[in-house]
Design a binder for this molecule. Structure first.
Ligand code: CS2
Length: 478
């Protein structure tokens, strides 16, 4: 007998021990519209919302995908049900029912707009990754970014996130619908304020000054910190899940058991009770955000660029390289920690110890190549900002410059191969002009103003430290 497909119909026939939505999905309304319904949101945000729906059916999620061309058939065929596998030993499988729809904005713009205009939609959440915001190296909206530039002419169907948000907010205003909260859940320092400023700048640049003022005065863009290590889904996960649940699931996701969502406590009225399902609401969100971006994401990127050059494939493998593990622990405790501020509930040395244990979880096969992608977007907040803080404080910067140099070597080695980065061709042009001479090569990369603000690139101590590290890495010295 062939294995049935996961769907609303087969939900009650799954293997015992598989958790299924304990609420009536037919009663769920789409109170959240989510931009970027990829693996991270399916594994993180949707798991919190799935718990919330037990008590409050108003908060189903309607996804809007900006990048995919067509509707995600796998999910649609499964009635938007999918399995979340928590990578414990043994793994736990939970079928989530929080997602109600996914509209591909390019193919089905009306469906996307209908979700955004639904009177019940009170929260717009976003996980489009760093590159989805169209920001420049200083964190401001880049009006020359192709999708943004195109949307400034107010085409009937926008392409960019800021274009869609401006359209949704102004249309809701005109229709006198309740205003949604707009919540960035991406890895960006000050993600809420940056998105707010980008939307305001976009409205202004497209000649809608009145809308810009109104957004400035009325719309809330809380900052958040989101955290859960989510290895990309692959065929092995599909096979494992289908076997474990007793049905074929073509859209499963996996993550470590740990999941954290810290939200700036200024949601106002009409927001879902996210604290009731474990989200932390705090006035100190920036302290959490900075600690996470620098300690977790920074360490991830260091493990990726240095680890790949040492022949490792996953975070787990890289952490079993004693020299590399020692290097990143020192980087966390001696270099990054002094740039952070402890707040109530966040003890930095304890946070580091917990992080090291998470990175050593043998059940999580997190590929370094996944983390290495989009380096141009990640380097600034993971390394360059803490390096600038260390310089200001008169502290040594050498160790934090090593992963920056390792990224340069990583790009150099891929100068003629596929490179996963929104400015890949620019990076490869720089890499192809390298000669192997450390000072020359580092100088070429530092000219990339999309990544390195000129003041930082011209700072002689930074240039010297990166050049030394670039040279040492040739001999695997860290
Ligand atoms: C990773 C993140 O791919 C990456 O750049 O550092 O996706 C990381 O796993 C998450 O932010 C963890 O919350």
């Amino acid at each position: 007998m062939s294995t049935p497909r996961l769907s609303a119909q087969t939900l009650h026939t799954l293997r015992t021990g598989v958790a299924i939505p304990p609420y009536d999905r037919a009663a769920v309304a789409p109170g959240i519209v989510h931009f970027g319904p990829g693996a991270f949101m399916k594994a993180h945000l949707a798991s919190f919302i799935d718990s919330l729906l037990r008590a409050d059916p108003r908060w189903g999620i309607a996804g809007v995908s900006l990048r995919t061309a067509g509707a995600p058939a796998e999910l649609e065929e499964q009635d938007f049900l999918y399995t979340l596998t928590e990578l414990t030993q043994p793994a736990r499988h939970r079928v989530l029912g929080a997602l109600c729809d996914v509209a591909a904005a390019r193919a089905l713009p009306r469906r996307a707009l209908a979700h955004l205009m639904h009177p019940a939609a009170r929260l717009i959440t976003v996980t489009v990754t760093e590159k989805g915001y169209g920001l420049d190296a200083t964190g401001k909206l880049d009006v020359h970014q192709p999708d943004v530039a195109r949307d400034l002419a107010s085409p009937p169907v926008p392409a960019s996130l800021v274009g869609w948000l401006t359209l949704a907010l102004t249309n809701r205003r005109a229709a006198k619908l309740p205003l949604p909260i707009v919540m960035s859940c991406d890895n960006l320092a000050s993600n809420g304020p940056k998105l707010r400023q980008a939307v305001i700048d976009f409205a202004r640049a497209s000649g809608r000054n009145d809308a810009a003022h109104w957004i400035e005065d009325e719309v809330r863009f809380p900052a958040t910190m989101v955290d859960s290590i989510t290895p990309a889904s692959d065929a092995a996960l599909g096979a494992r899940v289908s076997h474990a649940i007793g049905a074929t699931d073509l859209a499963p996701v996996q993550r470590e058991p740990f999941a954290q969502w810290v939200i700036e406590d200024n949601l106002g009225r009409g927001a879902p009770d996210l604290a009731s399902v474990g989200a932390q609401l705090t006035r100190d969100v920036h302290a959490y955000e900075r600690a996470k971006l620098r300690l977790l994401n920074g360490t991830h990127s260091a493990l990726a660029y240095i680890g790949l050059s040492r022949g490792h494939a996953t975070v787990y493998e890289a952490m079993r390289d004693a020299e590399l593990a020692r290097f990143v622990e020192r980087m966390m405790r001696d270099d990054i920690a002094p740039t952070l501020r402890a707040v109530n509930g966040l003890d930095i040395p304890d946070y580091i110890s917990a992080l090291l244990a998470r990175l050593r979880n043998p059940a999580v096969a997190h590929r370094l190549s996944q983390i290495a992608a989009d380096g141009s977007q990640k380097l600034p907040y993971r390394f360059l900002e803490p390096i600038a803080d260390l310089l200001k404080a008169g502290r040594p910067i050498d160790r934090l410059c090593v992963p920056v140099a390792a990224w340069m070597r990583f790009v150099y080695e891929r100068r003629n191969e596929a490179l996963d980065d929104p400015i890949a061709s620019k990076l490869q042009a720089s890499a192809r002009s390298c000669t192997g001479d450390p000072a020359h090569d580092v100088g070429r990369f530092l000219l990339l103003t999309e990544i390195f603000p000129p003041a930082l690139a011209q700072e002689p101590r930074i240039r010297a430290a990166i050049t030394r590290a670039y040279d040492d890495l040739r001999n695997a010295i860290i």
